[in-house]
Design a protein around this ligand. Structure first.
Ligand code: PBG
Length: 327
């Protein structure tokens, strides 16, 4: 006689069909936002060495790339600019003819169905590589806000559908909301990097965007990875200031935070599956140590399970292809 007093959970796992019927979390192409890096110049398609499969593109390559993204069924891209010149105040970030403004205009003209998210920050544009105005080695909060507002407004004028401020100055959502409204962009949503940790997982991105701080680090504005309550305070401020979506960044090491943000606040949550999370998978896959496809689908599913509604991921094109193959 076998022991009878236990539950047989395995009953629902018998076949793939039965497993699919009780699956709680599903990935969709609509969940994906694809990051792109645009550079000045012509005929440029630079490999980012630390991010295999990621390129810096000049504008003559951009339209084809965006058509491919559209054809794959990915609804949205987030645009990062790599300007040719940098200065202390990051003036290329808010210049009408800046690389991001040009790229946004081009995408909205050539592939208008794509939702274009503009990353609003200064670090790619400042010669010191910090996300705000620097004086005597200190990153100043309020003077930085003015430049961020100018940047956001110029991006909206170029046609950006969503503004995504990532610089972590206090009050940036309020300032940008007011700036956008005053210029008539009341319907342009703000996807705030509400919960952004000071993370070593951003290393490869700084190669891609040439945005490494030239002195010090970002710990006086980005969050301490040890903190949970601080994430709730950040999210609450951003909601009060008018954020429409809340980004949690990085994703994988912060799924606990994502779940908590999703449970507490009735807002769309966006997971930023950052560069280091991408490069680690790529490196291990290139060594034949892991199955890239299985790992990527598993971790994006984990982000959704943790509460993410949307995912910014360098894997977006691969995921869209894999979802097609599953059908
Ligand atoms: C700009 C910005 C960064 C990332 C997105 N926007 C870099 C940083 O804060 O240093 C990181 C993205 C990634 O690692 O994929 N502030």
């Amino acid at each position: 006689m076998i022991y009878m007093d236990f539950n047989r959970h395995r009953r629902l796992r018998t076949t793939e069909n039965m497993r699919a019927m009780v699956r709680e979390t599903h990935l969709h192409k609509e969940d994906l936002i694809y990051p792109i890096f645009v550079v000045e110049g012509n005929n440029i398609r630079n490999k980012v060495e630390s991010m295999p499969g990621v390129y810096q593109l000049s504008l003559d390559y951009l339209t084809d790339e965006m058509k491919e993204v559209e054809r794959l069924g990915i609804p949205s891209v987030i645009v990062f600019g790599v300007p040719a010149v940098k200065d202390p105040h990051g003036s290329q970030a808010y210049c009408e003819t800046g690389i991001v403004q040009q790229a946004i205009r081009q995408i909205k003209q050539e592939v208008p169905s794509l939702t274009v998210v503009a990353d609003t920050c200064l670090c790619q544009y400042t010669d010191h590589g910090h996300c705000g105005v620097v004086e005597e080695g200190v990153i100043l909060n309020d003077p930085s806000l003015e430049l961020l507002v100018k940047t956001a407004v110029s991006q909206a004028k170029a046609g950006a559908d969503v503004i995504a401020p990532s610089n972590m100055m206090d009050g940036f959502v309020a300032a940008i909301r007011q700036g956008l409204d005053e210029e008539g962009f009341v319907n342009t949503p703000i996807m705030s990097y509400a919960v952004k940790y000071s993370s070593s997982f951003y290393g490869p991105f700084r190669d891609a965007a040439h945005s490494s701080p030239q002195f010090g680090d970002r710990r006086t504005y980005q969050m301490d990875p040890a903190n949970r309550l601080e994430a709730l305070r950040e999210a609450e401020s951003d909601i009060a200031e008018g954020a429409d979506y809340l980004i949690v960044k990085p994703a994988l090491a912060y799924l606990d935070i994502m779940r908590e943000i999703k449970d507490r606040y009735p807002y769309p949550v966006v997971a930023y599956n950052v560069s280091g999370e991408y490069s680690m998978v790529k490196a291990a896959a290139q060594n034949g140590w892991i199955d890239e496809r299985e790992i990527v689908m598993e971790k994006l599913t984990a982000m959704k399970r943790a509460g993410a509604d949307l995912m910014i991921t360098y894997f977006a094109k691969d995921v869209a292809k894999w979802l097609d193959e599953q059908k």
